[in-house]
Design a protein. Structure first.
Length: 129
């Protein structure tokens, strides 16, 4: 399920992003996407491809797996002060995106790649060695 008011467009310096053509109130589920779950061994192969940038950690009961979300989920850009958050349903094998504040017309919807919408820990592509 993807709200029909969502659309994808190119952003300045961030590739593509997810936007809305209508106002969205706080606590609205805007997308529920199925995922393809992969093992830790399969993850090693994915890490050698461009898909590495689009997978999510998938850790039911502490298992070290990953998943590829379908739908628009891989297109949401990262923000430390995101306007959406995501939730994993391990049993249903889905990821849901929900707003954490009202979102204006034509505003980009963002998620925090750390999982919690306001987690300021540096994400993998910003960590310097």
């Amino acid at each position: 399920m993807i709200l029909p008011i969502l659309y994808i467009k190119t952003t300045n310096g961030r590739g593509r992003g997810v936007f809305t053509s209508e106002r969205i109130p706080v606590d609205t589920i805007v997308e529920i996407a199925p995922v393809i779950v992969m093992t830790a061994e399969e993850r090693k192969l994915l890490d050698q491809t461009l898909l590495h940038d689009y997978i999510f950690e998938w850790t039911p009961e502490g298992e070290k797996m990953c998943c590829m979300a379908l739908g628009y989920v891989p297109i949401y850009n990262h923000s430390y002060s995101s306007n959406c958050e995501y939730f994993m349903d391990y049993e249903a094998q889905t990821i849901s995106i929900k707003t954490v504040r009202d979102i204006a017309v034509d505003e980009e919807l963002t998620i925090n790649y750390n999982g919690d919408w306001n987690d300021e820990k540096a994400v993998w592509f910003e960590v310097s060695d």
